[in-house]
Design a protein around this ligand. Structure first.
Ligand code: FES
Length: 322
């Protein structure tokens, strides 16, 4: 685990509904809260079916001394969003001070921000920061319906016609090829959305011939190809078979069963929690951004923090580390 992670006590200061399935929750934190950049996130201690777990949420701009997050209630969530939605003003929580792995470079001539669904959370902070500095920025925000979009009024007044809303229910979608084709040569794109949107963007970006380093992204780990179902894993050389609930990550299930694991980001980014898959009768639902498309297609490794089996049973080796 990261040594610099600093846990703090906090209390819920305010809960606000900001879209049909999104609540903004603000926390008054004990002690000083250092300034944090857009794209930062905090970990929260949550309780799921009586068990302690950790969930990570992007932090959004907040008053001094506070940390705020916007949480989508996911009907098939592993329990984290249900817990967060149950919080009320005055409730005590434990959280970490924000840290950032999705940073703005501040070097581009133009910024294209792309958000899909709850992926708006880091993008919202970036849009505010870029607009405050007078940067050239365009934000394209797609969601299944208008009512599911958060922060739209504020973004509208901030960006005017540089904000493009794409309402899927109205047949509107983000035209990645057109967006990339319209960019000046040294533009950068920052994307946060479901894994399908990210994969399409990576392909379109590569086809546009632009440098890979200028597409930066983050994906939310609950967006897979399959709905979450329970599955089991037999752990090589450990003599245990571990059931994984639909509302539980493989990493949490292994840890709860006493299988020693290492992890860091818990967002499918660092690869520390990777396990080797030796045999399986279900499909691998890769939800990480650590492994390449080729590695995912090989189907031999998966990030236990976010990726899972569609159902069925697998034999895994947790001793494996690249
Ligand atoms: S802990 Fe970082 S990828 Fe799983």
């Amino acid at each position: 685990m990261r040594n610099r992670v600093e846990w703090r006590d906090a209390r819920v200061a305010e809960v606000r509904q900001i879209a049909e399935d999104v609540r903004q929750i603000s926390f008054a934190v004990d002690g000083a809260v250092p300034r944090f950049d857009p794209g930062s996130h905090s970990n929260f201690r949550v309780e799921i079916e009586g068990e302690a777990a950790t969930r990570t949420y992007t932090v959004i701009p907040a008053p001094v001394g506070q940390i705020a997050v916007a949480v989508k209630l996911h009907p098939q969530s592993r329990g984290g969003s249900r817990y967060m939605w149950g919080l009320e003003a005055g409730d005590a929580v434990r959280l970490t001070l924000p840290e950032n792995r999705f940073e703005l470079s501040w070097r581009a001539e133009h910024y294209l921000l792309l958000a899909g669904g709850i992926g708006i959370t880091p993008i919202y902070g970036m849009a505010r920061a870029l607009a405050a500095r007078g940067a050239s920025v365009r934000l394209v925000y797609g969601a299944r319906s208008r009512g599911l979009m958060a922060f739209t009024e504020e973004l509208q007044s901030l960006l005017g016609d540089r904000l493009i809303l794409r309402d899927n229910a109205q047949g509107q979608h983000v035209d990645l090829e057109a967006e990339f084709a319209a960019l000046p040569a040294n533009a950068e794109c920052y994307l946060c959305g479901p894994i399908g949107m990210l994969e399409a963007a990576k392909r379109a970006w590569a086809e546009s011939g632009r440098p890979v380093s200028r597409l930066r992204y983050e994906v939310f780990g609950d967006s897979g190809l399959f709905a979450e179902k329970p599955f089991t894993v037999e752990v090589l050389n450990r003599g245990v078979t571990v059931p994984v609930r639909s509302d539980q990550s493989l990493l949490d299930a292994l840890s709860a069963a006493g299988v020693e694991m290492i992890s860091d980001c818990r967002r499918g980014e660092c690869g520390l929690c990777a396990v080797r898959v030796l045999d399986r009768d279900g499909q691998l639902d890769h939800r990480d951004v650590f492994f390449s498309d080729e590695e995912k297609a090989e189907g031999q490794r998966m990030c236990a923090c976010v990726s899972r089996l569609s159902e069925g049973h697998a034999v895994i080796d947790v001793g494996y580390r690249a």
